[in-house]
Design a protein around this ligand. Structure first.
Ligand SMILES: Nc1ncnc2c1ncn2[C@@H]1O[C@H](COP(=O)(O)OP(=O)(O)OP(=O)(O)O)[C@@H](O)[C@H]1O
Ligand SMILES: [Mg+2]
Length: 319
């Protein structure tokens, strides 16, 4: 029989900018999965500013990831019930520990323990920024999700986040397959090969060697970043997701999935302040359906059908 860890999918939710709705999206997609009957665990890895418990009206739990690292308390014992059936929560609230002080071996150990938890889905809420620990945790996940709002500063930060993650992934690939010398030699002669970017470099290497092409195909095929736009106000905002898709393809040669969006809705803010889990206490907000759509799209790796939504008029409700 398969062990639970074979089925367990780890989701990581990140993005460059603070306050875009990472924790809201993590708590809501997690609730959505739990309501579907999947055993789900939320892990708050925003070590400096853990607040995922607040989205469920909970006080700060007694134990946190610091106790896992420092006192070797098993994750299962750190987990508390969120109040939603099938949904547990592990908090990252840290006193003496910060994200700078966790090394790669500790992160790998944490992931081994996470994968051994009895769950179908484990969702990790990352803090803002592109700290190396955040990037590495993001890269270790099976489902990578970035959340942004459709504002120029947030979009820039998100693009920078995706780029940093992609570069870090490439660095791992080059190291793992002992390609560093080949890369450096090619880069030294980049002018003669007309190479001006990482995308050009990858294209050149793929074309010059079947061996390297196979490595990239294998390693990059599973590298899928899902974009979620939050707090959208207009149809134009929704289309920003399409532009992000094109930008990642054109400038990085990277395929991303635009999984969905959530509109700006005062009800979200109210539920948080009232200590009510949004999806449990709010059945009428259009955001509920939007969360369900984006969760399904992330599970299946499906692009949001923006054109279909535009044609059937469901987007016009926002205008
Ligand atoms: N769709 C939405 N509609 C209205 N308000 C929203 C929506 N999503 C999030 N918010 C508001 O934005 C605030 C910030 O959201 P959240 O805490 O999820 O952001 P975050 O990206 O996790 O921030 P941080 O980087 O600080 O961890 C929430 O407290 C909520 O009031
Ligand atoms: Mg947060």
């Amino acid at each position: 029989m398969d062990t639970p860890e074979k089925h367990c999918k780890i989701w990581a939710v990140g993005g460059g900018k603070g306050g875009t709705g990472k924790s809201f999206i993590t708590s809501s997609t997690g609730t959505c999965l739990a309501l579907k009957g999947s055993k789900t665990i939320l892990l708050d890895a925003d070590l400096g500013g853990a607040n995922l418990h607040s989205f469920f009206g909970l006080n700060k739990p007694r134990y946190s990831l610091a106790d896992f690292f420092e006192k070797k308390i098993p994750l299962q014992d750190i987990m508390v019930q969120s109040g939603v059936a099938n949904l547990g929560l592990i908090t990252g609230s840290i006193g003496s520990l910060d994200s700078e002080s966790i090394n790669f071996a500790q992160k790998q150990k944490l992931f081994r323990h996470i994968r051994a938890l009895d769950a179908d889905h484990i969702l990790i809420d990352l803090g803002a920024g592109t700290h190396i620990n955040t990037l590495d945790t993001f890269l270790l996940a099976d489902r990578m999700i970035v959340v942004t709002v459709p504002e120029i500063t947030a979009l820039e930060n998100m693009y920078q986040f995706i780029k940093s993650v992609y570069f870090r992934k490439m660095k791992f690939i080059f190291k793992t397959y002992d390609l560093n010398t080949t890369i450096q030699d090619t880069w030294k002669n980049r002018a003669s090969h007309n190479i001006r970017s990482l995308k050009d470099l990858i294209t050149h290497l793929r074309e010059s060697s079947e061996y390297i092409r196979d490595i990239f195909d294998r390693e990059i095929s599973g590298f899928v970043v899902h974009i979620v736009l939050n707090q959208v106000r207009t149809t134009r905002d929704i289309l920003v997701g399409e532009n992000l898709k094109s930008a990642c393809m054109n400038f990085l040669g990277l395929k991303v999935v635009y999984a969905g969006y959530c509109r700006q809705d005062e009800a979200v803010h109210e539920n948080i302040n009232n200590k009510e889990p949004f999806l449990i206490f709010n059945r009428i907000s259009p955001v509920v359906k939007e969360i369900k759509t984006l969760t399904d799209n992330i599970i299946t790796g499906t692009h949001l059908s923006v054109r279909k939504d535009l044609v059937n008029g469901s987007l016009s409700q926002i205008l």
